[in-house]
Design a protein around this ligand. Sequence first.
Ligand code: CA
Ligand code: CA
Length: 97
Amino acid sequence: MKIRKIAAAVCAAVIMGTMGTLSAWAGNVIYGDVDLNGEINVTDVVKIAAHVKSIKPLVGEELRAADVNGDGNVDITDVVMVAAHVKNIKPIVQRKN
Ligand SMILES: [Ca+2]
Ligand SMILES: [Ca+2]
């Protein structure tokens, strides 16, 4: 019986993991959270700035999360918006993914 319980727990964990992956794939990004760690901080500002300066281009979800104002481009405006958020000057308003 114990083995069945463990097997059920493992199954549940796998299903949960798959669902988590799918929802990430479906694209629930936090705009401004470019490194996708769940919070918007100075690291994200640095990453967007590096992208804008063509030092280290962002791809995929990171790139999508970096377009904070949703105009289709990741540029200095997005850097400024994330910086303002981090400094508690102007919080980023999350729009629908
Ligand atoms: Ca982050
Ligand atoms: Ca933008």
